[in-house]
Design a protein around this ligand. Structure first.
Ligand SMILES: Nc1ncnc2c1ncn2[C@@H]1O[C@H](COP(=O)(O)OP(=O)(O)OP(=O)(O)O)[C@@H](O)[C@H]1O
Ligand SMILES: [Mg+2]
Length: 406
């Protein structure tokens, strides 16, 4: 009853399609015919889950159309992307054959169509095949699995090196600040030293305390007080920021203060490169509160600032603007903009990728913005966007929830 010409045609074309799959190609026409007849057509919408890691199922899938992606949660609950497959590739064979739980979650990336082949049907085809055909089937399957594991390994390695680099980056941020703070603290200490010397000289010669002398001494004392305050503030800021680099602790912060403290700590490096930073704070006092991480935000800003020094104004001299405003009721918006070299259209899509750099010769590793992206989206639960025009500058917009909820 089913053997109407239409059904036959459909099966013939299915058979032709099945031949295009590396693992099925070795089968004889008769076996393919049986697979074509016994398989079930299935379609999925973008983001539709085909199967989940851990599920046990007795079928494999061949992709007729569209793309799918694999994701795997490792034992640390870290998601590992193990790549995508497209038309004429197949998946799910190994766990189907071994009757094991699925190793990954598979999701459709685009509209997709599949043929689903049940375990029994495949075994039957294998049973009817010659030893040579069976060997070819398994060797194609082996190639496919190896490709998958290679992709997973690469992904794991690049994640590891990113997290190792984040440690290095913390150290780098700290070193940069230590140098800066030491330099900055020197200035008030120098002033104090001079004021003390003047006072010592004045007081070494016993003489009548005239109004003039009293005024001179009072002035020196005032100078000392102001500079002790300045040195104290610098050391306090440094302590806060450096401790926050080492221990990630969520705090109730005033985001405007945090931003200006960090910029203050980078002052030496900025002056050296001739970059001036303007902070435009549009937040009302009651809008400044941020339950967040000082250390993560400081790493984000330090990366923006060092990139502006290195790439926006490689010849030195220029301005960067940090704008703080409310995005909406629950979110803050921090914009970092420079008016320097800008980023070409082509590079714009890559700058958040690990190891993408145009400055290898300048000592760039290409991890700065990858780390920024990671910190903003994972640790700070926010979003980051880039707008840039070559020759006109770059603008990074960071949206942060005012309260980070883990
Ligand atoms: N403000 C900017 N102006 C122009 N180009 C920029 C700017 N910021 C980043 N870039 C471009 O983005 C690339 C990637 O930046 P990223 O911070 O990730 O790496 P890097 O600075 O080269 O190296 P690293 O930060 O690891 O030292 C840079 O090589 C540069 O081409
Ligand atoms: Mg950088």
């Amino acid at each position: 009853m089913l053997d109407t010409p239409m059904v036959k045609n459909k099966q013939t074309s299915r058979l032709e399609v099945l031949r295009k799959f590396a693992s099925l190609a070795p089968f004889s026409a008769e076996c393919l015919q049986a697979l074509a007849k016994g398989s079930v057509h299935f379609s999925a919408k973008p983001n539709q889950v085909i199967f989940r890691q851990g599920e046990v199922s007795e079928s494999m899938y061949v992709i007729l159309k569209g793309r799918i992606k694999f994701e795997r949660d490792d034992h640390k609950n870290e998601t590992i992307n193990s790549g995508e497959l497209a038309q004429y590739e197949s998946f799910g064979e190994v766990s189907m054959l071994k009757r094991e739980p699925r190793q990954s979650t598979v999701t459709a990336v685009t509209d997709a169509e599949f043929l689903v082949i049940e375990r029994a049907l495949l075994l039957e085809a294998l049973g009817k095949s010659t030893p040579e055909e069976v060997a070819d089937f398994f060797s194609a399957l082996n190639d496919q699995t190896r490709k998958m594991y290679d992709a997973q390994l690469l992904e794991v390695l690049s994640k590891r090196s990113l997290s190792a680099q984040m440690e290095v980056e913390k150290q780098r941020a700290l070193t940069q600040m230590v140098a800066g703070v030491a330099h900055e603290v020197n200035t008030p200490l120098g002033v104090i030293n001079t004021a003390v010397a003047i006072m010592a000289r004045e007081l070494a010669v016993p003489a009548e305390m005239t109004a003039q002398r009293a005024a001179d001494i009072a002035e020196s004392l005032e100078l000392i007080r102001r500079n002790v305050d300045r040195a104290h503030a610098l050391v306090q800021d440094f302590k806060k920021v450096s401790v926050s680099q080492l221990v990630a602790e969520k705090e109730k912060l005033n985001i405007s203060d945090v931003v200006s403290e960090i910029v203050g700590l980078m002052a030496v490096s900025l002056i050296k490169h001739g970059v001036s930073v303007k902070i435009v704070d549009k937040l009302k006092p009651e809008e400044k509160s941020w339950i967040g991480y000082r250390g993560f935000l400081s790493q984000v800003l330090i990366n923006f600032l060092t990139n502006a020094e290195r790439y926006a104004y490689p010849k030195g001299g220029g301005q960067a603007t940090i704008t703080l405003e409310l995005e909406d009721q629950d979110r803050l918006r921090l914009t970092f903009a420079d008016h320097g070299a800008g980023i070409s259209k082509e590079n714009q899509s890559h700058i958040f990728e690990p190891f993408f750099t145009t400055g290898r010769a300048l000592g760039g590793t290409g991890l700065g913005l990858a780390i920024v992206h990671n910190l903003v989206t994972n640790s700070l639960k926010g979003e980051i966007k880039l707008k840039s025009q070559e020759g006109k500058g770059a603008e990074f917009t960071v949206i942060l929830p005012r309260v980070i909820v883990e």
